[in-house]
Design a protein around this ligand. Structure first.
Ligand SMILES: Nc1ncnc2c1ncn2[C@@H]1O[C@H](COP(=O)(O)OP(=O)(O)OP(=O)(O)O)[C@@H](O)[C@H]1O
Length: 256
């Protein structure tokens, strides 16, 4: 049995290859992602960051042409040999680039997942909704308008409600695909602060194009290039003393 707790491997990826039809998009990716840390995935456009992120909760399964080899172990279970994809997606939640709330109230957005799991009791749902919105640092801003449309919120608020919606499923891992790229600088800062708080409770993997963001919020950083992981290390090392020339060129803005 693997150890549990902060700093131990929560996700183990071994020799992962991914093909879209004939085209190979990931080449022999192997890395361990630590529990209750923030892991950033960086690299130029098209290098496979989002593809890799989506392998962690089997989102690529939705694309017919995708073929995957290798292993991904989460909580000691190989997610590609286990058939329970619904349970996997409950444990490994996802937040997308653009807020994608449903056209319904703030309350109903956050309660949507728990209701789908069969929770109908109003008191219980109220508690989950409040805890999730507090967990996403947006409770105070929305507590008096829970029954109004979520689409009336600002983009930054909507993104935090999306994070609350993910938290409501009580996941272990939260995947974030460029969660601040559609936000203004102040909303971005709020989401970054939120991510830093959230790692107390969750393992977070985030794709970002923003190098300062990776440096500010992540513990470890993986640099992807052409579908390969060139370098994976403590974030401080990646940004101050990278071992590979290509990493150095990228983090100093020489390409990408
Ligand atoms: N559904 C798909 N079908 C076929 N090819 C795809 C699909 N999705 C991505 N690709 C290809 O796989 C490669 C990796 O794409 P991916 O989106 O993972 O890169 P990325 O690093 O996340 O890029 P970006 O930073 O621009 O979002 C690219 O060549 C892309 O064109």
């Amino acid at each position: 049995m693997a150890q549990r707790g902060k700093g131990n491997a929560k996700i183990k990826v071994k020799d992962l290859n991914l093909f879209y039809g004939e085209k190979q998009a990931l080449f022999g990716v192997s890395l361990d992602i630590n529990e209750k840390e923030v892991t950033a995935l960086i690299g130029p456009s098209g290098c496979g960051k989002s593809t890799f992120l989506r392998t962690l909760n089997r989102m690529n399964d939705l694309i017919d042409s995708v073929k995957i080899t290798g292993d991904i172990i989460i909580n000691d279970e190989n997610i590609y040999t286990s058939s329970d994809v619904i349970k996997l997606r409950t444990k490994v939640g996802m937040v997308f680039q653009k807020p994608n709330l449903f056209p319904m109230s703030i309350y109903d957005n956050v309660a949507y997942g728990p209701r789908g799991q069969g929770i109908k009791n109003k008191k219980e749902l109220d508690k989950i909704v409040e805890e999730s919105l507090r967990g996403a640092a947006i409770w105070d801003e929305v507590k008096d308008r829970l029954k109004t449309s979520a689409l009336g919120l600002s983009g930054g608020q909507q993104q935090r409600v999306c994070i609350a919606r993910a938290i409501a499923m009580k996941p272990d891992v939260i995947l974030m695909d460029e969660p601040t790229s559609a936000l203004d600088p102040i909303s971005t800062l709020k989401v970054e602060e939120l991510i830093t708080q959230m790692k107390e409770d969750f393992t977070i993997v985030i794709v970002t194009h923003n190098m300062q963001q990776a440096a500010r919020i992540s513990d470890k950083t993986a640099f992807f290039l052409n579908g390969e992981v060139v370098e994976y290390d403590e974030t401080d090392n990646i940004f101050s003393t990278p071992k590979d020339q290509r990493t150095e060129d990228y983090v100093t803005g020489r390409f990408g």
